[in-house]
Structure formats: structure tokens, C-alpha cells
Write a protein that binds this ligand. Structure first.
Ligand code: LLP
Length: 449
């Protein structure tokens, strides 16, 4: 399995920008990633199998950090939004690359701390953080709690009343900016469930005055996910700076950090263009520098929180075709995964592409429906996929499968969740084993089993 393979040029893969950086096709037409034959991995570890290319993850971390440094003269930080995917191996890799980490639940915080992620580089989000989660974050002394609403602020102010070292916080505001994306992924509009409406800002500032255990460091906004247009980011910076000016002028509060959130788009199909991190960072940097100059602010620290654009492209989902069905106008390929491991097509109408892992550059011969195994008619992973003639037992490889797939996975139909491997230079590492049937009853009370 560790043998590296002779490879042809990556260009042979249609839509090369959708595949991990190390993806290639060998002379037999087999898909190779991280120096490993992916069909062999699928047969060795079983399917569905999620494969991650370490080089691609590290490269996207580095690109975002370099882009932000190039685009802005002030201090910068890139935080990986761990809701896109988190496990112990990934937390360690992200820590190793020097990024910060956004968590949005006690569970994500637990996994991050367990993996040894430095607490000071962890920020906690969430519109409904429970008291227990806030206590967990406070006792871990994480870098920042990003306050979403006045009730949360009240609880935090009380929990930290006698704290010796104040807990740094930021206020998340709802900037009232519409972003062009799926309705489920918009978060910056005024009526969003996320963030403080701008008219609640004064109440928040007043409450912070009498909260000695809290130290307001920053302002945060997040417009939504899967955004390609940069204009909303510039508009967002303007609202954040207006807000910082209001806090300074009315309350003498100094904002040291501006957090523009994540949401940077990722192409899923060959017709979608790649997103340019350098252009995005330059736009943010330029808007921030310009607004600070206008208002006489020193340059604050600029933070961004990409999730999808760090992990999506690094992940490839592998399935086995277990059955086929020919209807008058449709041919179904039934695979051994689907909405349990990737609910995005069913939930958002998300589009994916696929190749047969052992005929990765063969011309398409038919248009098929790739149907998931779950008991829902809506569980169709890919509509109208062009493929060579596929047979039972073939391995199907789906690119751009790294983000919001496993992190939203379920055991629907009590189907165990997939194994996860990381590949690099011909080596493969199992980073998460496949769920077992025993796992499915592990939580049942003892006298029920
Ligand atoms: N920061 C905050 C506060 C967020 O809420 C999110 C994502 C991010 C950063 C990272 O956004 P990204 O760079 O990954 O777009 N389940 C949906 C995506 C939901 C995103 C939620 N928030 C999907 O499958 O497309």
C-alpha cells in the first residue's frame, strides 16, 4: 500500500482544481492521491471511506496565512472553523500549521483540547451556548468567547465576576448585509438568528462596563458560507469599523481586533472557478486600512475564519457501487453511502462530480443517477453524472468532499459512519476508524442491552 506509483500528469483529471493537489492518474487510468492508489485503499479499509490529502490541507493553511499577511500591514491571524470538520489528527495538524481554531460547541472544544490544541488560540462561537459550555470555555481559559446575544453576555458577566484574569471577549454583530448564497447559509442579514442586532449594541456596551471579569477585545461578523463575491466583505468591514467608532466615541472602548468571519467559496463542479485567497485578503486588508485611516484608528489585528476553503478540496469520498438499476430513461448506480455521510445534496441541493477510481480519465459513456443507500427518495448524491460504463464493485471517487460532510454525518438507518484516512507521500494513516455495530449500542443503558 505504501508503494508510490508512476504517475502521469495531473492535467488528465477533468476539473483538476477540484481534486487534492497531489491527485494524479497512473498509466492504467487509476486515481492516485498522496502517492496512494485510492481504489486499493478503498478495498483495504472498506467503503465508504473518506480520504484526506495532508499536502492539500497544509498548503491551504499556508496560502491563507500568506495571503492575509500580503494583503494587510497590521497583525493577522487565520482561524480554522472546525465545524467544517474536526478530529484529533486534524486539530493537531491545524495547531502545527500555527492557525487558530474556532469551535462552536462544547464537543468541538473538548476534541480540540484533548488533541492538545493551545487554548489561547481557540475562539468559541455559538448563538445558543449553554451555561455548561461557557463554564467549560472559561475554565479552559480559551483565547476568546465571541458573544452572540445579551443573555449570553449577562451569564458570562456573572460567571466571571470574581475572576482574576478577565476573559477576553468579542461581540458578534449582525451587519445587515445580504450575501449571495443558499438561504440556509446566509447569516449576515438583520433578521438572522446570529449576532447582536446593531440596535442592541448600546445595551451590550453598558453591560460590559459593569463586567470586571470580561475584557472586550474585538468585533466579529460572518456573512454566510460559500461566497464568491468580495464586495460584501468590504461592506462588512465598513459596518464593523462604524461599530468600533461608535463604541469608542460613546463608551471609550478600544477595539483591537476585527474578525471578518469565514465563508470563502469553494468550487464543487468543473465549471466553477477557483476562489483567490490573495484577492480576498487584499480586499479585506484594503477596506480595513482605508476605514481605519478615515477614522483615525491604529491598525487592528485582522482575523478570518475559513472552514470550507481549508478542508473541502483535501477530502475525497470513496464509495462502492453495490447495485445498478436500468429504467426507461434513467440508470441508477446505488452506492454504499449517501446522505448519512454527505447530507449536502439533500439539504442544499449541493452539486458534486465523480469519477470511477480505476478509469479516472476514461471518456463518459452514459449519464447516471448516483443514488445513496438511505431510505429517502431525496438521497441522490449526484444527479446526471457523466461516467464510463460502471459495474457493480467499481469504486466511485467524489472530490471536494472534505467540508461539512463527516461533520454533519449521522447514523441514519443505523448505518455506521465511515473510516477516515490521511495520505501523504505514499503513506496512509487511519485517523478515524469506521464506526462499528457495537458503537451503535454503546450508549444504550446497561439493562437494555
Ligand atoms: N465563522 C462562523 C461564525 C461560521 O458560522 C462559519 C460557518 C464559518 C466561520 C466558516 O465558514 P466557511 O468558511 O466554512 O464557509 N453546513 C453548510 C455550511 C454552514 C456554515 C456555517 N458556518 C454547508 O454544508 O455548506
Amino acid at each position: 500500500m505504501n508503494a508510490s506509483h508512476t504517475t502521469r500528469k495531473r492535467a488528465a483529471l477533468l476539473g483538476a482544481h477540484l481534486w487534492p493537489l497531489t491527485a494524479a492518474i497512473d498509466e492504467g487510468g487509476r486515481l492516485i492521491i498522496g502517492g496512494c492508489n485510492v481504489a486499493e485503499l478503498a478495498r483495504q479499509y472498506g467503503t465508504p471511506l473518506y480520504l484526506f490529502d495532508e499536502v492539500t490541507i497544509r498548503e491551504s493553511c499556508r496560502t491563507w496565512c500568506a495571503a492575509l499577511t500580503a494583503g494587510y500591514q497590521g497583525e493577522t491571524a487565520v482561524h480554522y472553523a472546525s465545524k467544517a470538520l474536526l478530529n484529533s489528527a486534524l486539530a493537531r495538524l491545524i495547531a502545527d500549521e500555527g492557525l487558530g481554531l474556532d469551535v462552536v460547541s462544547g464537543g468541538e472544544l473538548y476534541v480540540a483540547l484533548h488533541a492538545g490544541f493551545p487554548p489561547q488560540r481557540i475562539y468559541m462561537h455559538g448563538n445558543a451556548k449553554t451555561r455548561a459550555e461557557l463554564e467549560q470555555a472559561l475554565s479552559a481559559e480559551i483565547g476568546q468567547i465571541i458573544v452572540d446575544n445579551l443573555d449570553e453576555l449577562e451569564i458570562l458577566a456573572n460567571l466571571t465576576l470574581y475572576r482574576l484574569r478577565p476573559q477576553p471577549v468579542a461581540l458578534r454583530i449582525a451587519p445587515d448585509i445580504a450575501a449571495d448564497t443558499h438561504a440556509h447559509m446566509q447569516t449576515g442579514h438583520a433578521t438572522s438568528k446570529f449576532g447582536l442586532p446593531l440596535d442592541a449594541l448600546d445595551a451590550a456596551a453598558e453591560r460590559l462596563r459593569t463586567a470586571p471579569g470580561l475584557r472586550l477585545l474585538g468585533l466579529h461578523a460572518h456573512l454566510g458560507s460559500q461566497l464568491f463575491d468580495l464586495d460584501p466583505y468590504a461592506a462588512e468591514i465598513e459596518v464593523l469599523l462604524d461599530t468600533a467608532a461608535r463604541l469608542r466615541d460613546r463608551y471609550g472602548l478600544t477595539i483591537q481586533e476585527i474578525n471578518a468571519g469565514g465563508g470563502m467559496g469553494v468550487p464543487y463542479t468543473a465549471d466553477q472557478k477557483p476562489f483567490d485567497p490573495y484577492a480576498c485578503a487584499a480586499r479585506l486588508g484594503e477596506a480595513l486600512t482605508c476605514r481605519c485611516r478615515e477614522r483615525g484608528f491604529p491598525l487592528p489585528r485582522l482575523v478570518i475564519e475559513p472552514g470550507r476553503s481549508i478542508i473541502a478540496r483535501a477530502g475525497v469520498a470513496l464509495y462502492t457501487i453495490v447495485a445498478t438499476k436500468n429504467l426507461p430513461h434513467t440508470r441508477f448506480l446505488h452506492i454504499d453511502g449517501g446522505m448519512g455521510d454527505n447530507i449536502r445534496p439533500a439539504l442544499y441541493g449541493a452539486r458534486y462530480t465523480a469519477v470511477l477510481a480505476e478509469q479516472a480519465n476514461a471518456p463518459a459513456e452514459e449519464i447516471v443517477e448516483i443514488a445513496g443507500r438511505y431510505c429517502e427518495s431525496g438521497d441522490v448524491l449526484i444527479h446526471a453524472a457523466p461516467l464510463p460504463r460502471a459495474r457493480v464493485g467499481d469504486i466511485l471517487a467524489v472530490p471536494v468532499a472534505g467540508a461539512y460532510t463527516l461533520s454533519m454525518a449521522s447514523t441514519y438507518n443505523l448505518t455506521p459512519r465511515p473510516a477516515v484516512v490521511m495520505v501523504n507521500s505514499g503513506n496512509v494513516r487511519l485517523i478515524q476508524r469506521r464506526e462499528t455495530y457495537e458503537d451503535l449500542i454503546a450508549r444504550d443503558a446497561r439493562d437494555e442491552t
